[in-house]
Structures are given as C-alpha cells and as structure tokens.
Design a binder for this molecule. Sequence first.
Ligand SMILES: Nc1ncnc2c1ncn2[C@@H]1O[C@H](COP(=O)(O)OP(=O)(O)OP(=O)(O)O)[C@@H](O)[C@H]1O
Ligand SMILES: Nc1nc2c(c(=O)[nH]1)N[C@H]1C(S)=C(S)[C@@H](COP(=O)(O)O)O[C@H]1N2
Length: 162
Amino acid sequence: MRCGILTLSDKGAKREREDLSGEYLKKFLEERGWEVCFYQILPDEKDKIIALLKSWCDDFELDLILTTGGTGVHPRDVTPEATKDILDKEIPGIAEYIRYISFSKTPRAALSRGLSGLRKKTLIINLPGSPRALKEIMPSLIGIIEHGVSKIKGDPSECARD
Ligand SMILES: Nc1ncnc2c1ncn2[C@@H]1O[C@H](COP(=O)(O)OP(=O)(O)OP(=O)(O)O)[C@@H](O)[C@H]1O
Ligand SMILES: Nc1nc2c(c(=O)[nH]1)N[C@H]1C(S)=C(S)[C@@H](COP(=O)(O)O)O[C@H]1N2
C-alpha cells in the first residue's frame, strides 16, 4: 500500500506548532507495514492543495491519501472544497462513517465537512485536524480503507457476508 499524508494547517506550515496529527497518521500506517511515500504540511490554501493532490494521484498513482485539518467552518478551512474539485467519484459513506464514529465522542463532529472519494485509483479521505480526533477515528476506519483499496485495485473476491 503506497500512501500520502497531507496536513493542512496554517500554524503547522509556519512551524509554529508541531504537526502531531501528520506524525500520528504516519506512525499508524507504517505500523501496518504500509509505505508512506509522501508526508507534507501545507497552509490552508486551495490552489496549493489541489496541485499537490493532483500530483500524488496522477504522477505517483498512490493507493491512499489521508488529509488532516482544514475541514471545519473557519473562513480559511478549504480542504473539502479542494478535494471536491479533484475527485472523480465521491464515496459519501466513508465521510458518513467518520462522523458517525465521531458523534459518540463529541457532537462537534458535525462541524467537520470532510469528504472522501476516488481520483482515478487513489482513495482520498479528509480527516479532522486534531490528533485526538484521529485517535478516535483511525482504529475503526482502517478496516474500511483496507477493504476499499483492495476493491479499487480490482480484487475479484466476493464480499458477501453470511
Ligand atoms: N496538525 C496538528 N498538530 C497538532 N495539533 C493540531 C493539528 N491540527 C489541529 N490541531 C489541534 O486541534 C485544534 C483544532 O484544529 P484547527 O484546525 O481548528 O486548528 P487552528 O489552530 O485553528 O488551525 P491552523 O493549524 O490551520 O492554524 C488546534 O487548536 C490544535 O490544538
Ligand atoms: N472524532 C472527532 N471528530 C471531530 C472532533 C473531535 O474532537 N473528535 N473535533 C471536531 C471539531 S471541534 C471541529 S471544529 C472539526 C473540524 O476540524 P478541522 O478544521 O481541524 O479539520 O472536526 C470535528 N471532528
């Protein structure tokens, strides 16, 4: 599994705050033996986010991109808008699941507008910015990602459950 992690944070990009969220995701994926090909921090700027996501999908054909941050309602939060611009297909159920899991922790999860979907064969998932949110979400999301990526790659096995 070839992955990219993109942190969207104005403070992080200026090195005013350590990027605990990107670091958590990197460790989480590497502990599963997945290859983190790219890990980058960008400010909340739509054009830069679009350019990087396109390059990771089109030039490097990553299997998975996790973004963290910029999903909220602050005027500078533009991660969902940038993601929407470059997706070929949305997968609303992944974003729904993230909010469903998060509601058991905080009703403020309603403020995260994150999207998920596919550009070509790259699965892109927007996650909230706080490290705590990632710890609440990732352990149960990972199984969906694993199954999703194997289907995206063309796994022909039947997935009906008894
Ligand atoms: N990459 C990160 N690393 C560590 N903590 C983070 C990170 N992103 C967010 N947080 C924490 O989650 C809180 C809420 O995230 P939010 O995206 O609203 O932060 P912000 O400080 O308003 O934005 P920005 O980082 O873009 O300046 C932050 O105040 C911070 O405590
Ligand atoms: N699981 C979980 N989801 C969460 C939170 C959280 O603490 N846990 N915080 C929420 C809050 S307070 C905000 S404002 C939004 C947006 O976060 P972002 O702008 O950092 O992406 O994520 C939400 N989703």
